[in-house]
Design a protein around this ligand. Structure first.
Ligand SMILES: C[S@@+](CC[C@H](N)C(=O)[O-])C[C@H]1O[C@@H](n2cnc3c(N)ncnc32)[C@H](O)[C@@H]1O
Length: 340
């Protein structure tokens, strides 16, 4: 569990009754319309309804209503089946630290702790929703493996998580993208409904017409590398020049006067794979792990396999796409809301 987060407030006594109208039963067009209202500002009826809810809080147990005002997006819950599917795609397990950014009533974090034995953190701006989450976690018997904090997703430190869940809005996902890309390589990002602009997902799913996405934070593999390997009686050396945008790699291998493009370079977290035809005309295929300025792994050729190493020369260039999104991209994301 990340250090520095306040402990749940054990004095909270608000009660909570499970919603009988999950968002999964709402038509998608209605959901998108409701979610986007949270960005542009609440409509008068919804705003009035939120105020009325707060005014009556002293008299009756607090029960969150669908569409409850949130700071940057209002509350709608993720259907259980989609949350479970995304957690399976992310490979969530007991060794993981899961965070839900904008945790709502805590149901996704609670499922992560209850069904996958993960340590789960929920960051939520609305203190009453935080209280509901804490109460729900206690009822589910996972208070020890969950923590819910009142905070702003743009200010909270969730860097110790290795699985991040978001059900926000496309432009909010984009604003978080530089922070997400700076997380440890291999961190899995899963989202309900909304994409991450130019950062293409590693896997997309659809369940009951709801899309979900998975991204795996890539290591930084860009720059110039000196590659050494031994195959059979021969010893190979090449200079690799790799350029990287998000998890996509392109590159060349230079061997003396020969230069050739890399075949199917791929990056999945820290795992890298590529191939090239060597000066003897043999296809060499490399799979390895990028750790800081080293790559170590295995190279295969016809009938042989052995280890290789590569050392980066000079500083790693910034990964393409790790900079803040342009206003144009943010505008396009906001405009895409109605078309998803
Ligand atoms: C669409 S709901 C998703 C709830 C939950 N993650 C789920 O999938 O069931 C978005 C949540 O984000 C919260 N939220 C909005 N802006 C926020 C911010 N800047 N920081 C933290 N939470 C925020 C809202 O209050 C709301 O509960």
């Amino acid at each position: 569990m990340p250090a520095g987060f306040p402990l749940p407030d054990s004095t909270v006594t608000l009660s909570f009754r499970r919603l009988s109208c999950p968002a999964s039963r709402l038509p998608l067009s209605r959901l998108l319309a409701v979610l986007s209202l949270g960005v542009a500002g609440l409509s008068a009826p919804l705003h009035a309804s939120a105020q009325a809810t707060q005014a009556s809080a002293q008299e009756e147990p607090f029960e969150p209503q669908l569409g409850r005002h949130g700071k940057d997006v209002m509350w709608l819950p993720t259907p259980d089946a989609l949350a479970e599917r995304l957690m399976r795609m992310a490979g969530l397990g007991p060794q993981d630290i899961f965070v839900d950014l904008g945790a709502g009533d805590g149901r996704v974090s609670i499922a992560a702790a209850r069904d996958f034995q993960a340590q789960a953190l929920g960051v939520e701006f609305d203190p009453r929703m935080v209280a509901v989450s804490q109460r729900n976690a206690q009822e589910a018997g996972v208070a020890g493996r969950t923590r819910f904090i009142e905070g702003d997703i743009f200010k909270a430190d969730f860097s110790q998580a290795n699985i991040v869940f978001m059900y926000l809005l496309p432009q909010l996902n984009l604003r978080l993208r530089p922070t997400l890309m700076a997380m440890a390589p291999g961190t899995r990002i899963i989202t309900h409904q909304f994409h991450m602009g130019r950062w293409e997902p590693d896997e997309t799913t659809l369940i009951a017409h709801r899309p979900g996405y998975l991204w795996i934070v890539p290591a930084n593999a860009g720059g110039r590398w000196v590659l050494n390997y031994q195959l059979g009686a021969g010893r190979g050396q090449a200079t690799l020049d790799l350029s990287q945008t998000f998890q996509k790699l392109k590159g060349t291998a230079a061997m003396g006067e020969l230069q050739t493009t890399l075949r199917q370079p791929r990056l999945t977290g820290e795992r890298i794979a590529f191939g090239f035809t060597d000066p003897q005309g043999q296809l060499r295929e490399f799979t390895g792990v990028v750790t800081a300025d080293r790559i170590r792994g295995t190279v295969t050729g016809p009938g042989d396999a052995t280890s290789f190493t590569a050392r980066r020369e000079g500083a790693a260039p910034p990964v393409g796409g790790s900079e803040p999104p342009s206003q144009e991209e943010l505008d396009a994301a906001a405009a895409s809301l109605g078309s998803e």
